[in-house]
Design a protein around this ligand. Structure first.
Ligand code: FAD
Length: 480
């Protein structure tokens, strides 16, 4: 068991000496940005924020942590939405920031791979790929701050999953420091390798509970020549699903994003994010943002998109559509979608759900969950949006106008319970892409098969026998 008493002053000095005084942060001001997260749900305490500058330093930190039973919380860009990267309130957990491991080690354009250290931001990886005339297709609204190590540890999804898969599908090899301090060099660049268990997949999505990812070999893709973006208005989620079907039938693998936007989410953006404009002259209850890519030309992408949307309007599935006339307008359309997460902060308390259901079940889920939430809390304002093409919606619920924020947020679990019950009825997932962390930890046992849970606990015990890595995240305790 890890200690929950703060490490002794002598132990703190030993940890600090590994990275040097200037990278062992002790003052509240220096530590502050690491101790609270984006949604302001978790505020932690720590005796030390360590910023190692090499893999060897990470290894020495974990070796000492193992020897002294000290809990370690790995952190990348601190954009995680389930509290896994923030130390708890005990003041006993040491935070290890990977931000200084920020080198692109290699770009192999011919082999379509890129090797990056864990602390490179996602935007940094995208830019390095772009410079080599390649595409790294993972894309999230947080890409300027989140790190590739964090993306791997959360198996991040985002807006490119439809065409390119989630992070798991984009990783060929990993370098990981184990809880013992041993360094596993699994930086393979192979597309085919059936030489036993695929261990890298254990660390992808493990949220820092099984090891610290220090570098990765990532898969690159050809850069599309043409990309076209449109927003279409639809009457209902059912029409959005039917439209998705039609666009897929017309454009196949060229459809790279298909995002649902409810009118309320769009109104929040227009109210709180200056510089954004309503995409259409009159309001519509629902919208979809569609992006089509072509390996041949912009014209091909545009022809495909216009034909698919034209047919959809004729068939009565869409009531209006606007195709972006320029890259700036395409970026403006994407901004409307990306800002929805952020602007909810301005509307008081917001209770989050990151759910997945089979795509065909999305209309029923939205209808049933909206009814259930509005019955539970009259005046609660649902804000469904997200990756319809992956069956993944962010079904957030803003407080009634004028309600007391703290009293509303105190009902978080109650609201989750009614929404998650509907997710389960539809055979869905209560965490499609954000992970479990601390926020959903107590729900894991109710959504995973007992045999699965037992295997998860055994894996944790084997790789982290002393439970020093991110204790209390994902699993309550491997022995519980
Ligand atoms: P952190 O927040 O620092 O850490 C996340 C978890 O990974 C923690 O448990 C931490 O302990 C662990 N960890 C971090 N680095 C390492 C490492 N090197 N080794 C081992 N463990 C590590 N997520 C999506 O999937 N899709 C989205 O569309 C999306 N949109 C977002 C939009 C906004 C505005 C924001 C704020 C967040 C969004 N997220 C989304 C969530 C978040 O950006 C992702 O989870 C991201 O992958 C986290 O990366 P990070 O570097 O910030 O990790």
């Amino acid at each position: 068991m890890t200690r929950k008493n703060p490490p002794s002053p002598e132990l703190i000095e030993r940890f600090a000496a590994i990275v040097g005084a200037s990278h062992a942060l002790r003052s509240p001001d220096d530590q502050a940005p690491y101790l609270t997260e984006w949604r302001r749900l978790y505020h932690g305490r720590t005796p030390l924020v360590l910023r190692p500058g090499s893999i060897d330093e990470v290894a020495k930190i974990l070796s000492l942590a193992s020897e002294s039973d000290t809990s370690i919380v790995p952190q990348g860009g601190n954009t995680g939405l389930v509290g896994g990267q923030v130390p708890d309130e005990s003041g006993a957990e040491i935070l290890v920031s990977l931000a200084r491991l920020d080198r692109i080690r290699e770009v192999d354009a011919e082999g379509y791979t890129l090797t990056a250290e864990a602390g490179v931001t996602l935007a940094g990886v995208q830019a390095a790929a772009d410079e080599a005339d390649r595409l790294f297709p993972l894309s999230l609204a947080s890409e300027g701050s989140c790190t590739i190590g964090g993306n791997i540890s959360t198996n991040a999804g985002g807006t490119g999953v439809l065409a390119y898969g989630n992070t798991r599908d984009l990783v060929l090899g990993l370098e990981v420091v184990l809880a013992s301090g041993e360094i596993w060099n699994g930086l393979r660049r192979l597309r085919k390798d059936n030489t036993g268990y695929d261990l890298k997949n254990l660390f992808i999505g493990a949220e820092g509970t099984l090891g610290i990812v220090t570098a990765a070999v990532l898969k690159l893709h050809p850069k599309p020549v043409g990309r076209e973006v449109a927003i279409a208005a639809v009457e209902s989620p059912a029409d959005a699903v039917a439209l998705f079907d039609r666009v897929k039938a017309a454009a196949g693998g060229a459809v790279v994003a298909f995002e649902l936007i409810g009118r309320r989410g769009l109104e929040f953006v227009l109210a709180h994010a200056p510089g954004n404009r309503d995409p259409m002259a009159t309001p519509h209850p629902w919208y979809v943002l569609v992006e089509i890519a072509s390996g041949q030309s912009r014209e091909e992408a545009r022809t495909l998109l216009e034909a698919a949307l034209g047919e959809a309007i004729e068939a009565g599935l869409a009531t209006d559509a606007v195709v972006a006339e320029s890259l700036d307008q395409a970026a403006a359309f994407w901004r409307l979608r990306h800002m929805i997460s952020e602007v909810q902060l301005h509307e008081g308390g917001s209770v989050k759900h990151d759910i997945a259901v089979p795509i065909a079940a999305i209309p029923a889920f939205v209808e049933e969950a909206t009814r259930a939430v509005e019955t539970l809390i009259p005046g609660a304002r649902t804000v469904p949006f997200g990756h319809l093409g992956d069956g993944n919606l962010h079904f957030n619920v803003s407080q009634p106008v004028g309600a007391d924020k703290a009293a509303y947020l105190a009902r978080w679990e109650e609201i989750n319970a009614v929404v998650h019950a509907i997710v389960r009825d539809h055979g869905g997932s209560i965490s499609a892409e954000h992970g479990i962390g601390r926020l959903k930890r107590d729900l894991v046992a109710s959504v995973r098969d007992p045999v699965e849970l037992s295997m998860m606990r055994q894996v944790k015990r084997m790789l982290d026998p002393k439970g020093i890595l991110n204790p209390g995240r994902v699993l309550i305790h491997p022995d519980d």
